[in-house]
Ligand binder design. Structure first.
Ligand SMILES: Cc1cc2nc3c(=O)[nH]c(=O)nc-3n(C[C@H](O)[C@H](O)[C@H](O)COP(=O)(O)OP(=O)(O)OC[C@H]3O[C@@H](n4cnc5c(N)ncnc54)[C@H](O)[C@@H]3O)c2cc1C
Length: 391
């Protein structure tokens, strides 16, 4: 049997080093050029961080949600785009590990992922579904033991750089739009035609333009079960908890820069507490509350899934509401915190070429409310709250 991957403490120490020595160094250029953070991803691969969520029995590190969130939060303090790439990759790996790990093909694929440190991307968005991940127009067409799958995606982060893509689609050409499955398509079996650009305000290093995907493969690459379950039990909780942790990381670095600025201010007038220090105290309250929110839900996810009825609990309205509330709160808090840090730092935070610059943090954090629109989430929560009783 293959040896398990590095333990969490080793991974955390590796990601701290990568954040400081690699990601932070290249973050401004990644942002300016809207280019893939390949130096950081190569370093993550060398430290076996891409297989952190793979079960230990398959050679991975078997990290819990809390551990994955801490890894993403740490990297985000150096480069938001790199952390988003890592988080999105973890979400896809988790979908396979938790919903297809019993299949021979997928167990073998996960072992291969550990060996090769593959990067997995996601295609849930589609032209014509208007941001609703729970409906698809495209369908997987099975013929014997082969399938064909073509999709017009509006937004496909790092699809051009990935080794494989997990694609949502209808189960069959005659299936309703919400009867979806997840299909793993591998680089050798697809072609991508870029259909739109990715010249955005922030998260520029995620390289997320639209793509027309044409793919084929073996039916074993279709994740067993329905996407309705893997979405509720894995894709949504992993997305909302890991995204929240990395949005916090972006906000934490902004507050860190503000703190450095305030200390510099204080040194100019020894014995006098500068007025900006009070602002720093105020924003630190919000930053701590944000951190406790995702940490608590990551721990609750780990506790829930350790329980025999845990997977059932993740299908409940109560759990769905908790995830929606976390996503909404974190995506609103991150740009607010960065904004407050900017008020503390002032013009040096506004400038792009100062060590206190907060432009990238601000622009990156603004994507949070759009990445699955908060309006869409609020509408779903509103209808669930009509029938949900919290006991
Ligand atoms: C950085 C980044 C990376 C991404 N990476 C990927 C990726 O790798 N793969 C992928 O598939 N997708 C990706 N996406 C896309 C993302 O997951 C969403 O699909 C997309 O952001 C939603 O697009 P939209 O705003 O056009 O859609 P919509 O959700 O349709 O929103 C359009 C408008 O309608 C409003 N609206 C929607 N529903 C309601 C409602 N019920 N009530 C009131 N108003 C409403 C919204 O507020 C918004 O103004 C990424 C997005 C970002 C920002």
């Amino acid at each position: 049997m293959k040896q398990a991957g590095p333990d969490f403490e080793s991974l955390l120490s590796a990601v701290k080093g990568i954040a400081a020595d690699v990601a932070a160094r290249h973050a401004a250029d990644v942002d300016a050029q809207a280019r893939f953070p390949h130096e950081t991803v190569d370093a993550l691969k060398r430290s076996q961080l891409m297989s952190a969520p793979v079960p230990r029995i398959l050679g991975g590190s078997g990290c819990t949600m809390r551990e994955l969130a801490l890894l993403c939060a740490t990297l985000a303090q150096a480069c938001g785009s790199s952390a988003m790439v890592l988080a999105m990759h973890y979400i896809q790996v988790a979908c396979i590990a938790r919903h297809a790990g019993d299949s021979r093909f997928f167990a073998g694929y996960l072992r291969e992922l550990v060996e090769q440190q593959y990067v997995l991307a996601s295609m849930t968005s589609e032209v014509g579904t208007f941001g609703d991940t729970r409906s698809s127009i495209c369908a997987v067409e099975v013929n014997g033991d082969r399938f064909v799958l073509n999709k017009d995606a509006t937004t496909g982060s790092y699809c051009a750089q990935a080794d494989a893509i997990l694609v949502t689609c209808r189960r069959a050409p005659d299936a309703p739009k919400s009867d979806q499955v997840l299909v793993l398509v591998r680089k050798a079996d697809y072609t991508l035609k870029q259909t739109t650009s990715w010249d955005t305000m922030g998260m520029r290093g995620t390289c997320s333009p639209g793509f027309r995907l044409e793919s084929q493969g073996h039916v074993d690459q279709i994740v067993p079960g329905s996407f309705a379950d893997s979405s509720a039990q894995t894709m949504v909780p992993y997305s909302h908890i890991l995204w929240s942790s990395l949005w916090w990381g972006i906000a934490a670095d902004a507050v860190g820069r503000a703190a450095t600025y305030v200390r510099g201010d204080a040194r100019k007038n020894p014995g006098v507490v500068p007025p900006t220090a009070t602002r720093l105290a105020e924003v630190s309250v919000q930053l701590q509350a944000m951190r406790h929110n995702w940490l608590a839900l990551a721990q609750e996810f780990d506790d829930t899934t350790a329980h025999p009825d845990g997977m059932q609990e993740l299908l409940s309205i109560g759990w769905a509401l908790k995830m929606n509330h976390l996503k909404t709160a974190a995506s609103e808090a991150a740009p607010q915190i960065v904004h407050r840090a900017l008020q503390i730092v002032g013009i040096l935070g506004y400038k792009n070429d100062s060590p206190f610059s907060l432009g990238r943090h601000y622009r990156d954090s603004l994507s949070a409310a759009l990445m699955i629109s908060n309006e869409r989430i609020a509408a779903k929560s509103a209808s669930m709250l009509l029938v949900f009783k919290d006991d």
